[in-house]
Design a protein around this ligand. Structure first.
Ligand code: PEP
Ligand code: MN
Length: 348
């Protein structure tokens, strides 16, 4: 349930609420907004009706709202207005300005990143993506450059006024990756790695949570609930396609997830048409569709020479193709009341 405090409730009244929560061995998640404080109560109480009345009777409490969904803190019942995840000035997810993350699948070299960062920032992206720790189906495939790759990402992003989004694969690396990254990506294969979710929930950097390869929307939002419950409220969801039977595309990009998720949760959601289709020619049309359908941003794989990419070459755009994509996304964004990020190069 959610306890909504009165607009001018004092600290002692809030303490009265948290003391009752603690005495019932439930947990409290406090969000202090500009207007009022909201307390999320999580746990399995024996007698809900009595409990609702008990909280409603406390000083400073305006309303007690039971939450019917299995995910609570991330639900729209808990917070009606959409959340905006602010990464840095000029980079946020969920406002009227879109976030555009672009870069190679894998970080391969300093030069590759430098060329890519320059081009994507010139085209209007505001987040540099790239994997330094790669989750590969085959243990013999390129596994990533590790910390060296993180350094290349940081350097190239700083050089071109971008922020860094990169995957963290393992709980043991959360601290290391957080030192270099502005956004921690939890990949599709780790969406239900609950220890990792808790660990990134303790990080001070926003989390980009990709949808699992065969995850339902409810499972995905429960994964977000782990991160939120562990204390990190800066979560961006990323639809990246789900496993299906059709052989024409790598995954089935579920664009209906965008409005469904926006109905169920206050968290922002972006779309990754690169993994979502696996086919270069489909990335631009599906980017346009995602923005038209209300996505808060895009994640696109871009490589200076896709034919030579260490991973995901067939779905990577060339630098020129990414420029064309951005030029075509602009008018679609405008048609749905959104704008592209301000040119990072102008800001840098
Ligand atoms: C990636 O972003 O390169 C990646 C591995 O994504 P996903 O986890 O969606 O497969
Ligand atoms: Mn990839």
């Amino acid at each position: 349930m959610i306890i909504v405090m009165r607009p001018h409730a004092v600290e002692a009244e809030l303490e009265g609420v948290t003391a009752l929560i603690a005495s019932l061995r439930l947990s409290a998640h406090i969000s202090k907004g500009a207007e009022r404080t909201i307390v999320g109560v999580v746990g399995a109480p024996n007698d809900k009706e009595t409990l609702l009345a008990q909280f409603a009777g406390l000083d400073g409490v305006e309303a007690v709202v039971p939450i019917s969904k299995s995910f609570k803190l991330v639900s729209r019942e808990a917070k009606r207005e959409r959340s905006i995840v602010r990464v840095k000035p000029g980079v946020s997810f969920g406002g009227t300005t879109l976030a555009v993350c672009a870069g190679p699948c894998s970080v391969e070299s300093r030069e590759q990143l430098e060329i890519t960062a320059e081009a994507v920032s010139r085209a209007g992206a505001n987040v540099l993506r790239g994997g330094a720790f790669k989750p590969r189906t085959s243990p013999y495939a390129f596994q990533g450059l590790g910390e060296e790759g993180l350094k290349f990402l940081r350097e190239a992003a700083d050089q071109h006024g971008l922020v860094v989004a990169t995957e963290v694969l393992d709980v043991r690396d959360v601290e290391l990756v957080s030192r270099y990254a502005d956004i921690l990506q939890v990949g599709a294969r780790n969406m239900q790695n609950f220890t990792l979710l808790r660990e990134v929930g303790g990080a001070r950097v926003p989390v980009l949570l990709k949808r699992g390869i065969a995850a339902t929307i409810d499972e995905w939002l429960m994964a977000a609930e782990y991160v939120y419950g562990a204390g990190n409220h800066d979560i961006v969801l990323c639809e990246r396609g789900i496993r299906s039977y059709d052989q024409q595309t790598r995954n089935l990009l579920d664009l209906s997830a965008v409005p469904v998720v926006q109905e169920l949760t206050h968290l922002p959601i972006i779309v990754d048409p690169s993994h979502g289709t696996g086919v270069r020619a489909l990335v631009t049309p599906m980017s346009l569709a995602a923005v038209a359908g209300g996505a808060d941003g895009l994640m696109v794989e871009v490589h200076p020479n896709p034919a030579a990419a260490f991973s995901d070459g067939p779905q990577s755009l060339t630098l020129a193709m990414f420029g064309e994509l951005m030029a075509r996304v602009g008018p679609v964004a405008e048609a749905v009341g959104r704008t592209l990020p301000e040119a990072a190069t102008a800001a840098a």
